[in-house]
Design a binder for this molecule. Sequence first.
Ligand code: NAD
Ligand code: WQD
Length: 338
Amino acid sequence: MNTSILVTGGAGFIGSHATVVLQQAGYQVVILDNLCNSARSVLDRIERITGTPPTFIQGDIRDAQTLDGVFASHSISAVMHFAGLKAVGESTQVPLSYYDNNINGSVQLLSAMQRADVRTFIFSSSATVYGEPSILPIPEHHSRSATNPYGHTKLVVEDILENLYNSEPGWRIARLRYFNPVGAHPSGLIGEAPQGVPNNLMPYVAQVATGQREKLHVFGNDYDTPDGTGVRDYIHVMDLAEGHLAALRYCEAAQQDMLTVNLGTGEGYSVLDMVRAFEAASGRPVAYEITGRRAGDIASCWADTTFAEQKLGWKAGKGIKEMCEDAWRWEMRQSVKD
Ligand code: NAD
Ligand code: WQD
């Protein structure tokens, strides 16, 4: 039997792009997703891009029976674990759901992997684990802290993975810390589809450009940054997906290892830089108003990418122009019925 990569959360934003990249690199993919934040139609879109439908199982990572069934019926060689909840604000309102989905879900998944003797694991961590940066660009050895339950779940799962790695031989683990993933597949067939009012900057900007929302609220212009607005390391989701492929290959070549890697571009752009880039890409104006700071926001955050380049031989190649052009193509195609 040919082996497959199990992609949890593969119907979601990042997981769907990773699935495309994996399939195009010759891997078979099994997606496990409960569709709590995604739609089944993504699977057809993936097939339209790659020519191959991923195997899809609708189920929950917290369900041990479902997990055992997945490992029993497919020959899984590695797991990419994207499934989880990710809204910072919501995590303060329903913390137990976040601990249950993100921490308990990861524990259930790792336990099922142990039972099935599958020990290659790629984990979606986040630059949120760096808290307020004391060094820029941020290296992987920067101290970690969490200011909200979502961030705390990432810290805890990172620690669980370290404990697991130290507890028994044979694990090959990559803890990938994403900076700010944006953009979409260049076909415009898959992308980010937040439910309700977007929490993140770029989906909000896209909806202002289409006229769905009146204006962007820029959360503060009194930060210690060149134009006073927050600076972030935006990374194209296709580059991010390629970073996962590089991490998988690294793990496959190792006897055992655990590595922790930033996935960012190493460049910081302000909110207003992104607004201007989106206006240029879309040809539409993006109205905005400066409002107060958002609680918990930091001024600046961008990655030190040295380790990723050295260790994985991976470097992000796409700039903010491409991020905005691809996000805009996706935004436009969403209104097209197919
Ligand atoms: P997403 O919500 O688009 O995708 C997550 C997918 O997981 C969804 O399809 C959802 O239906 C599924 N899911 C959630 N809980 C599940 C469960 N219990 N069982 C099965 N499926 C479940 O989010 P995304 O942006 O693609 O993020 C993927 C991962 O990357 C998450 O772990 C997130 O925390 C992490 N991450 C995201 C960002 C970002 O800005 N998007 C940044 C850093 C880290
Ligand atoms: C970017 C910039 C805002 C919205 C979050 C999570 C982080 C990670 C990525 C998962 C900031 C400003 C935003 C708006 C604005 N996710 N902004 N108006 O906060 O860097 O990171 O997503 O791990 O954990 O915290 O991303 O896109 O929300 O904000 O002015 O309507 O845009 O203040 O400077 P953030 P973001």
